[in-house]
Design a protein. Structure first.
Length: 246
């Protein structure tokens, strides 16, 4: 780890500690576009590579030397290290990163220890992967700023897609969803302002796509035609009911 640690120290920028909060609005500054991804399994690797594609500086950490070797030529930094050791994370300078992701897979104890260590180091924005709801609750109580349940969330999303007319489904934390679906026949042939979609079904049509055309914003004057693909928002139950209509 020593040579990679030395390189990290040379490139490390100004320290942003707990008394210097990160910017909350707008695109992150270059100084803020630094993230540590701990755990280079499938999820962590996919995340790290996408962040690199978007121009972020990524420090990848894993205890498995084989995984680290695979990613040294891809990530900004890839280091073999035991992130459950608080002193190791301190030496790697994780507190200089505006964000960290705990992407450890099946080792719940390691996930909890690493999250705790990151909190102790004062990392201002910590995302932690959970493998179960119980694991997620522990991470939340510990103080993780964001908890991700990728397998559960993907399973729920796919269930919506395979059982109905939805083409895409995104649900937010507060029982609110955004759905892409084929327009139900009973909403076609008249302007949205006259069809009463919002009043009758509790959803709002925000976008419309005609076959062979691009999506456009929907207005009260927009007329939905048979075969149109629409994007609607609303309470999860309302959009589910609406998307299942014929």
């Amino acid at each position: 780890m020593s040579s990679h640690l030395h390189a990290l120290r040379r490139r490390r920028g100004k320290h942003t500690g707990p008394d210097e909060p990160e910017h909350r609005t707008g695109r992150p500054t270059r100084e803020e576009q630094r993230i540590a991804v701990i755990g280079l399994g499938r999820f962590g690797t996919s995340l790290a590579e996408e962040l690199m594609r978007r121009g972020w500086e990524v420090l990848g950490i894993d205890a498995d030397e084989r995984l680290v070797r695979q990613h040294r030529d891809v990530l900004t930094h890839a280091v073999q290290a035991d992130a459950t050791d608080e002193e190791v994370l301190r030496q790697l300078g994780v507190r200089d990163f505006s964000r960290a992701v705990v992407a450890i897979g099946t080792h719940v104890e390691a996930s909890i220890l690493v999250t705790s260590n990151l909190l102790e180091e004062g990392v201002p924005n910590i995302w932690a992967k959970a493998i179960s709801r119980q694991h997620g609750k522990i991470l939340e109580r510990l103080g993780a700023h964001h908890v991700i349940l990728p397998e559960h969330e993907m399973g729920e999303r796919v269930a919506h897609l395979v059982t109905g007319r939805m083409l895409n489904f995104i649900e937010f934390d507060d029982d609110y969803a955004l759905v892409k679906t084929v327009a139900p026949e009973r909403t076609t042939g008249m302007p949205l302002g006259e069809s009463g979609v919002r009043r009758r079904y509790g959803v709002t049509v925000v976008g419309v796509k005609r076959p062979g055309r691009q999506f456009t914003h929907a207005t009260a004057e927009t007329v939905i035609e048979p075969g149109d693909v629409i994007v609607v928002t609303g309470r999860t139950g309302d959009v589910e009911t609406f998307a299942d209509m014929t």
